[in-house]
Ligand binder design. Sequence first.
Ligand code: KG4
Ligand code: ZN
Length: 367
Amino acid sequence: MARAVTVLGIETSCDETAAAVVRLEGSGAAVLGDVILGQAERHAPYQGVVPEIAARAHVEGLDGAIAAALAQAGIGLEDLDAVAATAGPGLIGGVMVGHVTGKAIALARGIPLIAVNHLEGHALSPRLAGPLAFPYLLLLASGGHCQFVAVLGLGNYRRLGSTIDDALGEAFDKTAKLLGLGFPGGPAVERLAARGDARRFDLPRPLAGREGCDFSFAGLKTAVLRAAEGLGALGDQDRADLCASFQAAALEVVMDRTRNAMAMFAPYWGAQGRLVVAGGVAANQALRGALEGLAAEAGYAFHAPPLRWCTDNAAMVALAGAERFRSGFTDSPERMFGAPARARWPLDQEAAILRPTHMAGRKGVKA
Ligand code: KG4
Ligand code: ZN
């Protein structure tokens, strides 16, 4: 059996300051320490994440988060085999804070630094909860990303489809913002949707019925805006009905796209499929339920990480780093400590080049 490795993970790519300690032994991962410092109240007045505020909050909070994660694990820096830090993609100021901190600890301790792709962290996150063998079909849906990925092995990812405009979480957040529901919006929209009438507003299902498994949510968001404007002053029931109608449309699109993604992935799978959802939107119970139903219909197993590891966290970063470290994926010291933080970093480099969803100059780090 492969020897146990203990890795400190650091995550600062968006608005969560997080540190975790993961021990990988055999095929099992144990999360020994897991600290997440949210910043929601700092960004709430602006109804969105303000990059400079996020970066400053990471500077203020990260050392304490690391100390707390180590204390929870009952270990010191000298007990670590490696440090794993998110090196992108994300808001560059924040990514730099975590990446440089990781470099400093690794250099001081004389241990390797693993630069982790945040998307790989999400892709592997369901493996924190229990055994999940490769390959699997992953729907990665968060505030910054929305894509189907064939996870074929560690470091072996094929992007099957991606959003051509907004990410799914972004659509939830923008819907919440225009309804005045505060930030972050996803959980608020889900709560209100539960007591709304999903049939009241006839909203579009962008790309549903079309071939492939790309997404588009910009038109849906605009349709919610038009419907809200059409009502004038919004009452509580109006908001709930808009949330329910939006969520139903979004989920119908996701189900349609997932069916196509399964068909595209089937050649890799053989008879037994595994469908996995990860990323912040995977916290949505309606989405989990619908995907679970779809998987059952198709005879596939369904996996989703516990809620704590759906949204950004450092346990997934530590796990990705530990798996890479154990598999010998480390770089030379020059590359390890000389590599920069990256605002953009596609999980599937080849697909990003051959089938770009974002042209040069367009916003976003979603691909
Ligand atoms: O993975 P994450 O923490 O950060 C990114 O990498 O983007 O995802 C955050 C996103 C936000 O857009 C948030 O509104 C969404 O996940 N989210 C949800 C729910 N909980 C979080 N969306 C829908 N329903 C939820 N319950
Ligand atoms: Zn994320």
